[in-house]
Design a protein around this ligand. Structure first.
Ligand code: FPP
Length: 247
């Protein structure tokens, strides 16, 4: 993270934007356009991740959630999956000290048990090192799927019902929410998707119930603070009603 950030204290007081989630799409097409292998796009995408985190810190967001690897991404060519997971290890090893220095708390969501022991260790080490930080909460969704998240939560509640600790009629929205990823932090306000696709791709299905969505044709490796700012400006113009009437 660069400490020389020109956007410091950029956030206007009182803004209601606290949590942004991003579906980072378009790395492969970006690389293809340059006649390079897809992994080259992922590597460039890692630089965009760094820029997005810097911007989120400067803007004093409470939380930034990035969709890095979906539970469906295992279906990609084996070489790409290996290279992508290797990139995660390299980026984490290189950046954990900068994250810590910038008071960022790292939280990885998803089923990490399928990752190599090295990547799992790296994730646990980075989470532990940054666990007491009070700045930006950086959630990285890795081997994450919204349906997996909900099933996981439902199983936990079912176990409580089976043990007699919970009655089915006691299950409310809040009861399930408490067993899903990101339950301890501010709700997602804004979802950004790059790469020109208009879908949710099994990302945070429950958590985005009242989020605003912003889509851009920009491919993830080209995503920078200016595009981030456009997304935020669009968000700030939205009227959020949370299911209520306007007048
Ligand atoms: C989607 O683009 C992107 C991914 C599946 C991987 C995202 C990974 C990074 C940005 C690399 C670094 C991330 C971290 C957290 C260190 P795509 O490959 O689906 O692109 P396409 O739609 O053009 O094929």
């Amino acid at each position: 993270m660069s400490s020389k950030n020109k956007l410091k204290n950029y956030k206007p007081k009182g803004t209601k934007l606290r949590h942004v989630a991003i579906i980072m799409d378009g790395n492969g097409r970006w690389a293809h356009k340059k006649g390079k292998l897809r992994i080259f796009g992922h590597q460039a995408g890692a630089e965009s991740v760094r820029r997005a985190i810097n911007f989120a810190v400067s803007y004093h967001l409470d939380a930034l959630t990035l969709y890095a690897f979906s539970s469906e991404n295992w279906k990609r060519p084996r070489q790409e999956v290996i290279a992508l997971l290797e990139l995660f290890v390299r980026v984490l090893e290189k950046e954990v000290h900068n994250l810590h220095k910038n008071k960022i708390r790292l939280n990885v969501i998803g089923d990490i048990s399928r990752f190599s022991a090295r990547l799992q260790d790296c994730i646990r080490y980075s989470e532990k090192k940054t666990q007491h930080n009070k700045g930006l909460i950086l959630n990285i969704a890795a081997n994450y799927g919204g349906r997996w998240d909900i099933i996981h939560g439902v199983r936990a509640l079912a176990a409580q019902v089976q043990d007699g600790r919970l009655r089915p009629d006691q299950i409310e929205e809040q009861t399930l929410s408490e067993h899903l990823c990101l339950n301890q932090i501010a709700p997602v306000d804004l979802v950004i998707r790059t790469g020109g696709e208009y879908r949710i791709s099994n990302f945070l299905l429950w958590q985005v119930a009242y989020a605003e969505f912003w889509f851009t044709e920009t491919l993830w490796p080209d995503f920078d603070e200016h595009v981030f700012e456009r997304a935020i400006n669009a968000f700030l113009k939205r009227e959020r009603r949370f299911g209520c009437m306007t007048v």
